[in-house]
Design a protein around this ligand. Structure first.
Ligand SMILES: [Zn+2]
Length: 104
């Protein structure tokens, strides 16, 4: 389970209305197998007015996407890719693009 998609990763959406969209992972919900991705799977949310300087209205916020619908973005391949885990000599793990072998 460790070292899959993490906060801060650049991912691409593989399914749904935002297919092909890329964004940074804002948050991962490991128990739910879901992640929040910047700018993806937006839902409208109504804001309640809380003060003079806070306008009420509707904002669009990302809602969690199933991890299986996300792929890690590879800068070398310029696309979302599958990756494998490689264990280095110092026992640390890195993610390797299955297509080009680049460390992701
Ligand atoms: Zn690659």
């Amino acid at each position: 389970m460790a070292l899959r998609i993490k906060k801060g990763d650049l991912v691409v959406v593989r399914k749904g209305k935002d297919r092909g969209k890329t964004g940074r992972v804002l948050r991962v919900f490991p128990g739910k197998n879901r992640a929040l991705v910047e700018g993806a799977n937006l839902v409208k949310k109504h804001l309640r007015r809380r003060g003079e300087n806070q306008p009420s209205g509707i904002v669009e916020v990302p809602s969690p996407i199933n991890l299986s619908n996300l792929a890690l973005w590879c800068n070398n391949c310029k696309r979302g890719v599958r990756f494998s885990i490689k264990i280095l000599e110092d026992k640390s793990k890195v993610r390797i693009c299955k297509k080009c072998g680049q460390v992701l």
